[in-house]
Design a protein around this ligand. Structure first.
Ligand SMILES: [Zn+2]
Length: 421
């Protein structure tokens, strides 16, 4: 069935256009162009849905619970936080991970995310033995996505050493077999795609990185890894390999156009050059990185090399794409003492580049999936904003409260005031 949505404005990274309709058929956008008839969306702007490119859904269970010092551990940092995260991960069952993921994904839809990349590493029973169905935990997460209607890129994550027994696989072949079984299982599930990930250079040795990379490149799979999040991880990598993390990834064949480096907080120039050379991307998680005291990514250098950038809510301390984007620019301002820092060539505002990081594109066009959000133009955060300034008002002056409705493949999956199932 063909429908035309007629909002007050269609929004892209450069501005807001009136008198424009979005024509949708079979879950995809057929055309975006002049229209006068269709379903009126009064008081609404229609914008692309956001991509949440890095999520550990179960960590939503830590919200508010880790914001105090344990008297026995007066220095709190990433590593003490991780112990509390492990305690939570230890308790998960397929039922409970499905439930916490479902709630987390519902919150994402309400905030304007229409798709999520789940970096999933709680694979096995607590003692490390596989479930009868070795993919039980991953499937529970995928089913949570289907329960809510969010689009999911599921990344089974390789873990060879450290962490909890339930994260680890005995061999890289055992891990890759599970990845392939999940890919098979996901066939015919339109919202679910399966890629692959390695946890980090600290959790995965060189030989595994090589095998996983080969497997991913052979089948053109999305390939993710945490890298350069914490100084200690870099020191350990240098001690073991004589290389910084991204240098090791280049040597093991891990970098390619479908590779995404999560964080890159402490990446130095020669590492960013390697990412550029191979066409790899970076995913920033500013609210989590701020909460954990990780630091702030070299955003100006990333922009300067024209690297692909996406954002993720990672630990879900906050789920608000507007805030993730705003943090990138405002942190760059704090560090540089300047305003409008992350301005791409031939542009005059950081807004288009930031929104592109959030949406994965500058706007929606024919052929794209109809993954859209409705922006409430009567919301106090947007009152009195001129149409041409709406994109910047979203990034700099609004939060997820302006999202009035969310559609995935043209189907309403969230409406403010209640979730549409
Ligand atoms: Zn992560």
């Amino acid at each position: 069935m063909r429908r035309t949505l007629l909002p007050d404005f269609v929004l892209d990274a450069y501005g807001a256009r009136s008198g424009v309709g979005v024509i949708i058929e079979d879950g995809s956008i057929v055309a975006v162009g002049p229209a006068t008839e269709g379903e009126r969306l009064s008081g609404r702007a229609l914008a692309p849905g956001f991509l949440n490119d890095h999520s550990h859904a179960f960590q939503r269970g830590l919200r508010g619970a880790v914001e105090r010092i344990e008297p026995s551990r007066p220095r709190d940092d990433f590593w003490t936080w991780r112990e509390q995260m492990y305690a939570l991960a230890e308790k998960l069952t397929p039922d409970s991970i499905r439930e916490v993921s479902r709630r987390c994904y519902e919150e994402m839809l309400s905030a304007g995310y229409t798709s999520v990349t789940e970096f999933h590493y709680v694979h096995h029973r607590p003692d490390g033995t596989p479930y009868d169905d070795a993919g039980a935990q991953a499937k529970a997460v995928a089913q949570a996505a289907e329960d809510t209607g969010i689009r999911l890129l599921l990344l089974p994550v390789a873990y060879a050493r450290g962490g909890l027994p339930r994260f680890r696989d005995p061999s890289v072949n055992a891990f890759l077999q599970r990845v392939d079984a999940l890919r098979e299982w996901s066939q015919g599930r339109p919202l679910i795609e399966v890629g692959v990930a390695a946890h980090s250079v600290r959790a995965v040795p060189r030989g595994w990185l090589e095998e996983i990379a080969r497997h991913a490149h052979r089948d053109d799979l999305p390939l993710h890894i945490h890298a350069d999040e914490q100084p200690r991880e870099i020191e350990e990598c240098q001690a073991e390999h004589g290389l910084r993390p991204v240098e090791l990834l280049a040597q093991t064949g891990f970098l390619g156009t479908r590779t995404t480096i999560i964080h890159a907080t402490h990446a130095v120039g020669k590492e960013l050059d390697l990412l550029s050379e191979y066409g790899a991307s970076v995913c920033a998680c500013p609210t989590t990185e701020g909460n954990l005291g990780d630091g702030f990514l070299p955003a100006e250098e990333i922009l300067g090399r024209n690297l692909g950038l996406s954002v993720g809510s990672d630990s879900h301390v906050r789920i608000d794409p507007f805030e993730e984007l705003r943090e990138i620019e405002t942190n760059a301002r704090r560090l540089s003492g300047r305003r409008n820092v992350l301005v791409a060539e031939e542009e005059t505002s950081p807004t288009p580049w930031l929104l592109r990081a959030g949406w994965g594109s500058y706007g929606r066009e024919a052929g794209d999936p109809a993954d859209l959000i409705e922006i409430d133009l009567s919301h106090p955060a947007l009152a009195d904003v001129e149409a041409r300034n709406l994109p910047s008002a979203l990034v700099f002056g609004a939060g997820s409260g302006v999202v009035a409705g969310t559609q995935v493949e043209g189907r309403k999956v969230h409406e403010r005031g209640g979730t549409v199932g």
